[in-house]
Design a protein around this ligand. Structure first.
Ligand code: GLY
Length: 401
C-alpha cells in the first residue's frame, strides 16, 4: 500500500512540482521505509543541534537568521523561548545525548523566571514545550511548581465576559484573541490534573468554545484575530495580522487551530472538538492550493501562488497534529490524515527543507515564514518549525513501534 502511495507521490510531484518558491525544486525520491528515513533525520538533527549549541550565546535563546544568515537571538520573554529547550529535550529523548541534555537544562534555568510573566498569553508555548517536556521525561517538584505558576499567570488573562484568555495587550476597549492562543490551553489541562483545581480546565474549555463560535468561517478556515469589545464581550472586528488578507487562510493559523482542537479532544473526549479538528484537517488537505509535497504556502490565499513562499513551520506543526488526529479516527479518515502526515514528513526530511550539517547556523529546517506582511522572518529557519518537526518525527516513530 505504502509503495503505491509513494509512487503516486512521485508522479504528482513530477506533474505539479514547479510550484515551490524555494531555492531548489523538490526532487523527492520514493522511500519505502519512512521510519528509517526519520531515524536518519533524527540522528542528523542531534548532530546539527550540537553544532547549533556552539553558535548561541549562553544568556540568549535562538530565534531565526537575518538576511545575511547571521543568528538572531532573543531573551527569555520572547514567545519562542521554550522551543529551543523543548527541541533539545525531544532530541535527548530520542538519542540520550548527555551534551544536549546539559544544554537543555542550562536553558531551562534562563527561562524559569517567565513563570510569573502575566504580560503574555504565550506561556503554553514558552513553558509547556520546555518545562512540560522536562517534567514528562524526569518529573521534579520544581518543574511542577514552575508549570503551576505558569498556568496561574496564563489564567490571570482570562476574562469572564469575553469568555477568552487575552492574547495581545492593546487599548482598553479592545480585547484581542488570536487563533494561536489555542496552543496555550494544554498547560491549563495539565495544571488541573496536577492540582485538582478545575478552574484551569474550565478556562480552557470556555476559551475553546468561544473561539469555535467566533473564529471559524463556514468552510472551517479560521480568522487570525478576533477583536472583542472589552465592555460587551462581543466580537467587533475579525482580521489578520500575519496573513495575506483579513479573509484569507493564514497557513500557520490553520495549523494552530488544527493542533489546538486535537488537544481539546484528547483532554476532554468531547466529540465536538474532534469534529472540528477533522473539519480543519479536511479544509487543509482538500485545499486546491496545498502543494503536492503538502508543505503549505505561507497563506492558502497568498498572492502569487504557485510562486509564493512555503512555510515549513506550518508543515511541521500540521504533520504533528495529523499524526495525533489520525489516532482518534478510524478507517478512511484515519488513513487520510496519516498518509498526509507521511508526505509532509518525507518532504521535511528531504534536502529541500532540511539544512545540511553545519549550515543555517545549526537550525534543522529552512524555509519558514514568521510574519510576511510585517516583513519579519521571511523564508528563514524558525525554532518552532524545528520543534514541531522533531515532535512529529517522534510521534510517527512511536506510532510505528
Ligand atoms: N504565535 C505567533 C505565530 O504563529 O507567529
Amino acid at each position: 500500500m505504502k509503495g503505491r502511495f509513494f509512487a503516486g507521490l512521485i508522479i504528482s510531484i513530477f506533474i505539479l512540482g514547479t510550484g515551490c518558491n524555494v531555492q531548489k525544486q523538490p526532487h523527492l525520491t520514493a522511500k519505502k521505509d519512512l521510519v528509517k528515513e526519520i531515524d536518519n533525520s533524527i540522528a542528523q538533527a542531534g548532530k546539527q543541534y550540537k553544532y547549533f549549541m556552539q553558535q548561541i550565546p549562553a544568556d540568549k535563546f535562538p530565534r531565526s537568521l537575518d538576511k545575511d544568515g547571521k543568528l538572531v537571538t532573543s531573551g527569555s520573554g520572547w514567545w519562542c523561548s521554550g522551543f529551543y529547550p523543548g527541541t533539545l529535550l525531544y532530541l535527548v529523548e530520542a538519542t540520550n545525548d548527555q551534551g544536549l541534555k546539559t544544554e537543555a537544562l542550562n536553558r531551562l534555568k534562563l527561562l524559569e523566571k517567565e513563570q510569573f510573566n502575566k504580560s503574555t498569553h504565550d506561556l503554553g508555548f514558552m513553558m509547556f514545550c520546555s518545562f512540560g517536556n522536562a517534567n514528562r521525561l524526569a518529573p521534579k517538584p520544581e518543574y511542577k511548581q514552575i508549570l503551576i505558576n505558569s498556568a496561574r499567570s496564563l489564567a490571570s488573562r482570562f476574562d469572564e465576559k469575553v469568555g477568552c484568555i487575552r492574547s495581545w495587550n492593546s487599548k482598553p476597549s479592545d480585547f484581542l484573541v488570536i487563533i494561536d492562543n489555542m496552543m496555550n490551553l494544554e498547560l491549563l489541562f495539565w495544571a488541573t490534573k496536577e492540582t485538582g483545581d478545575s478552574s484551569f480546565y474550565k478556562i480552557a474549555v470556555t476559551h475553546a468554545n468561544t473561539t469555535i463560535k467566533n473564529h471559524f468561517r463556514p468552510d472551517y478556515s479560521t480568522y487570525h484575530m478576533v477583536n472583542y469589545n472589552a465592555k460587551t464581550g462581543l466580537p467587533q472586528k475579525k482580521h489578520t495580522v500575519q496573513g495575506a488578507a483579513d479573509e484569507s487562510a493564514w497557513a500557520r493559523g490553520q495549523g494552530w487551530g488544527l493542533y489546538g482542537y486535537t488537544v481539546m479532544y484528547r483532554e476532554t473526549r468531547d466529540k465536538k472538538y474532534l469534529e472540528l479538528a477533522n473539519h480543519i484537517a479536511d479544509y487543509i488537505l482538500k485545499h486546491p492550493n496545498l502543494p503536492a509535497d503538502k508543505i503549505p504556502y505561507w497563506d492558502f490565499n497568498a498572492p502569487g501562488i504557485p510562486n509564493a513562499l512555503r512555510d515549513a513551520s506550518a508543515g511541521s506543526l500540521i504533520a504533528s497534529a495529523l499524526i495525533e488526529l489520525s489516532g482518534y479516527n478510524q478507517g478512511k479518515a484515519s488513513k487520510t490524515y496519516l498518509d498526509a502526515a507521511e508526505v509532509m514528513l518525507h518532504s521535511l526530511c528531504s534536502d529541500v527543507y532540511t539544512a545540511p550539517y553545519g549550515t543555517s547556523q545549526g537550525f534543522l529546517l529552512n524555509h519558514g515564514v514568521g510574519n510576511l506582511p510585517g516583513k519579519s522572518e521571511v523564508d528563514v529557519p524558525l525554532t518552532y518549525a524545528d520543534y514541531y518537526f522533531v515532535e512529529a518525527m517522534l510521534r510517527y516513530k512511536n506510532l510505528k513501534r
